[in-house]
Design a protein around this ligand. Structure first.
Ligand code: SAM
Length: 216
């Protein structure tokens, strides 16, 4: 059964909460049955998944074109599309079982600002760029940079949701950051204040693409 939305979800989703509740129910039902999400995640669906992803919206500029690579069941991409109708969100995922689930979710929720693309992130290199490239739990930072930065438009940014070792990951990715023409990364702590108090806050590595030319 889908757990009820906590007050943090009401704060962060506001008038979009009914849509977020429908997505939560889809994750807790079909998502579990079809193996996209573990049954043990259901009791912590809101805090650990939906609210944790929703606070990422704070770091996404208005009207941005966003690509969420390795989106899995739509995290954080579907959450961003629910919360922000001004965004155009592309969900990139290589596995058919997952893209089928995503297509059904996008259609069922009536998200007309969201499209699903079955591909590996690196297959899109040279084809399209985006203002923001998001990811959560997809790969260690050096590999994530190689997959993501060629998809970032000049002046745009990668927003990678990371755990408590974000700083160490940055230190281990210095060579890739230099080679890919990235500005100095920052670690953002999101959701540490109103409207959603998360403990711990969501940690996001933000890397701006500085140069026009990026080596893929
Ligand atoms: C651990 S899951 C995380 C899913 C989701 N982002 C989340 O936080 O729940 C990692 C996902 O990355 C996808 N993936 C792996 N390699 C990829 C690549 N090269 N490009 C895009 N997605 C990839 C996998 O298929 C999987 O769905």
């Amino acid at each position: 059964m889908t757990p009820p939305a906590p007050s943090s979800a009401q704060g962060v989703f506001g008038s979009r909460l009914p849509l977020a509740e429908r997505y939560a129910a889809f994750l807790a039902g079909d998502g579990v049955l079809r193996g996209l999400i573990g049954p043990r995640e259901v009791p912590r669906l809101w805090e650990r998944h939906l609210v944790n992803c929703a606070v990422l919206a704070e770091a996404v500029p208005d009207q941005a074109a966003v690509v969420d690579i390795g989106t899995g069941a739509g995290l954080p991409g579907i959450v961003l599309a629910i919360l922000r109708s001004d965004l155009r969100v592309t969900l990139v995922e290589p596995l058919l079982r997952r893209t089928s689930f995503l297509e059904e979710a996008v259609e069922g929720l009536g998200l007309d600002n969201c499209e699903v693309r079955r591909a590996r992130a690196e297959e899109l290199h040279g084809e399209a760029t985006f203002d923001v490239v998001t990811s959560r739990a997809v790969a260690p930072l050096p590999r994530l940079l190689a997959w993501s930065m060629p998809l970032v438009a000049a002046g745009g940014a990668l927003l990678a949701m990371k755990g408590s070792r974000a700083g160490e990951e940055i230190d281990g990715a210095r060579a890739e950051l230099r080679a890919l023409g990235c500005a100095d990364p920052e670690v953002l702590f999101l959701g540490s204040g109103a409207p959603a108090f998360l403990d711990p806050p969501t940690r996001v590595v933000r890397v701006v693409r500085r140069h026009e030319h990026v080596r893929g």
